[in-house]
Design a protein around this ligand. Sequence first.
Ligand SMILES: Nc1ncnc2c1ncn2[C@@H]1O[C@H](COP(=O)(O)OP(=O)(O)OP(=O)(O)O)[C@@H](O)[C@H]1O
Length: 260
Amino acid sequence: MSIAAQIDDLSFTHPGTDLPALERVSLTIPAGESVALLGPSGAGKTTLLALLDGRLRGWSGRVSVLGAPLDPDQPPPRVRRPDSGFVFQEFALVERSTVLRNVLNGRLGRMPPLRALLGSPTAHDLEIARAALADCGIGDLAGRRVDSLSGGQRQRVAIARCLAQEPRLILADEPVSSLDPARAGEILSLLTGAARARGATALFSSHQPDLARRFAQRIIGIRGGRIVFDVPTPELNEAATADLYRETEPMPGTGLRAVS
Ligand SMILES: Nc1ncnc2c1ncn2[C@@H]1O[C@H](COP(=O)(O)OP(=O)(O)OP(=O)(O)O)[C@@H](O)[C@H]1O
């Protein structure tokens, strides 16, 4: 089995905080699968995705992404960075730029540094960007400014930008939480379908167990920074999902909820 991410005994506390956001996490994410990360607010989903994206420093444990170990003290080398692509909940697009320009930004990491600095794409970059737009069903929007688009269209642009990067691992942080249910299904179908078509691995976080079931082959439950289950989708039962999202009892007399 080829492995997209291997995590052993990973712990991390955000600077300036006391409680770990991730605690003794161990996980294996097989290459080529679509995997959902479920868990309540504050569970550690964003932290785990950012860490796999090489954006956090000062963690402990061992983490390998696409066969290369991450260094807890250094960002990944530039040549490896485009291998993992990130889709953000709030799209993170350049609002006043065109759709095509935004998607071409996904090519920057694949360009030699001087070309990236000048922002001058080659014909090959343009070809890849246009193919990504077409795959996302928005070829006709190439010349539109992003700030004239709907939320669903913006997320398609963000996915196209990620695909233009030609990543082998696609990390997506609640990519559909701002969309209506129909749009959310379309976008997750697009994201996981595009990953599958490219032989890439997709790891997305969500608050919606039904969407995770529909679009992920594997579901990981995280709560309080710890993995509470990691199962093939058909094995996920209602009780485990309900327990993941259970409310803790208020602590007597305080109105506060106990951390479990
Ligand atoms: N930049 C930060 N600085 C300090 N603490 C942070 C930071 N980001 C997250 N945390 C803390 O780390 C813990 C995990 O947060 P994280 O955002 O990873 O959870 P999440 O599962 O993604 O939540 P949500 O579903 O609400 O996005 C929380 O206790 C949160 O308050």
